[in-house]
Design a protein around this ligand. Sequence first.
Ligand SMILES: CC(C)(COP(=O)(O)OP(=O)(O)OC[C@H]1O[C@@H](n2cnc3c(N)ncnc32)[C@H](O)[C@@H]1OP(=O)(O)O)[C@@H](O)C(=O)NCCC(=O)NCCS
Length: 147
Amino acid sequence: MEFRAAVMQDLTAVMSIERRAHFHPWSESVISRYLQKPGSAWIAEENGTVLGWAVITLIAGEAELLMIAVDPDYQGKGTGRALMNFLLNYLTEKQAEQWFLDVRESNSKAIALYESMGFCLAGNRSNYYPTANGHEDALLYCLDLQP
Ligand SMILES: CC(C)(COP(=O)(O)OP(=O)(O)OC[C@H]1O[C@@H](n2cnc3c(N)ncnc32)[C@H](O)[C@@H]1OP(=O)(O)O)[C@@H](O)C(=O)NCCC(=O)NCCS
């Protein structure tokens, strides 16, 4: 598996993943914006096939994971963890001090991944995410990156 910065040519593959991986996928215009923002969007691929993507921001030592999605055909095979570990190394090299993310409280797969990497629960945002029947909480997680 290889990791690289995303480019606009990834738009079709990323949109296909977004539409199949999420209840509420990002729009084409939002995806395009991040594909053009240097250092933000990252791709995991194998033999030229895009397996997953992620979006981060880094401002004044505080990093945030805005998105991670793995193609449903390739989920459960280590891609998400490998992409997160790649980003962890990248952010550590960039001297980030803390890495934040938020996640739907029902997303047990993603929560298991984040907690296994050492992310700690830092708070919650009530009724933050829309669901089919209403809303659910966002859980806010944080990982300290510097010793
Ligand atoms: C969350 C997601 C990125 C994980 O990527 P993945 O490639 O499927 O995950 P991996 O195979 O690398 O597994 C990483 C860890 O996730 C957890 N996990 C994966 N599949 C799981 C399952 N079916 N049940 C419970 N935990 C699971 C485990 O902790 C696993 O670690 P382990 O294999 O050492 O036990 C992916 O499932 C996805 O794209 N989901 C839809 C989009 C999404 O929810 N994004 C996160 C938004 S915050």
